[in-house]
Design a protein around this ligand. Sequence first.
Ligand SMILES: NC(=O)c1ccc[n+]([C@@H]2O[C@H](COP(=O)([O-])OP(=O)(O)OC[C@H]3O[C@@H](n4cnc5c(N)ncnc54)[C@H](OP(=O)(O)O)[C@@H]3O)[C@@H](O)[C@H]2O)c1
Length: 215
Amino acid sequence: MKIAIVGGTGKEGRGIALRWARAGHQVTLGSRDAARAQEKAAELSSAGTAIAGDDNRAACEAAEVVLITVPYAGHEAVLRELKDALAGKVVIDITVPLAPPKVRQVHLPPGTSAAQEAQAILTESQVVATLHHVSSTHLAEPDHPIDCDVLAVSDHPEALTVALDLLTDLGVQAFDAGPLRNAVALESLTPVLLHLNKCYPGSGAGIRVSGLGRK
Ligand SMILES: NC(=O)c1ccc[n+]([C@@H]2O[C@H](COP(=O)([O-])OP(=O)(O)OC[C@H]3O[C@@H](n4cnc5c(N)ncnc54)[C@H](OP(=O)(O)O)[C@@H]3O)[C@@H](O)[C@H]2O)c1
């Protein structure tokens, strides 16, 4: 699948790019600066897996699926700028509306969740929100198993199916966690995990869902 990663030069995007590329997807890192994206893509590709780099708009236009991974402070502006390039596409948004410096406290944004804000802007796209609880350090080493489950929410069942398959390609077990409004619960759990990481330093807090059968 052709995948663009908006903000793919960042901590979370780079690990995701590597894992998807190794799973056989055609991945392009997006950036506000095409040269920076190409430089980061070349670094990642040196491990033997081809990854491309381009500016955010060109990357989105060429993609079938787009992952958004930018700090909340830039989220709305990036989505408004790319809205037309994202129309008709599955948009996987992993943004957590943290409010630095108090990143260990829940911050509810004006639209209740970053995911709902994204869908309100991207009226022609199918937004899926997920990956709020997987640390970039876990994703960065592609051979390292990710010891947590992943929850995904969307109001678009077909987009959710596409996203769940792609999440499996990252090497995680992913679950349908309901409609997009449930993103408020997922996004709000991240500051709790960041608090746990500070209190109980280890390899990084994640979540495991117990007691489930087959869907
Ligand atoms: N890091 C984690 O462990 C983790 C875990 C779960 C979820 N998340 C969420 O994933 C998102 C990305 O996290 P990250 O740690 O990867 O962030 P990051 O490294 O700080 O930033 C990611 C990329 O976003 C772009 N960016 C930065 N500021 C921007 C702005 N104002 N407008 C547009 N683009 C901007 C930058 O790319 P260019 O300068 O190249 O454009 C940057 O490389 C956040 O919403 C975070 O809450 C992170």
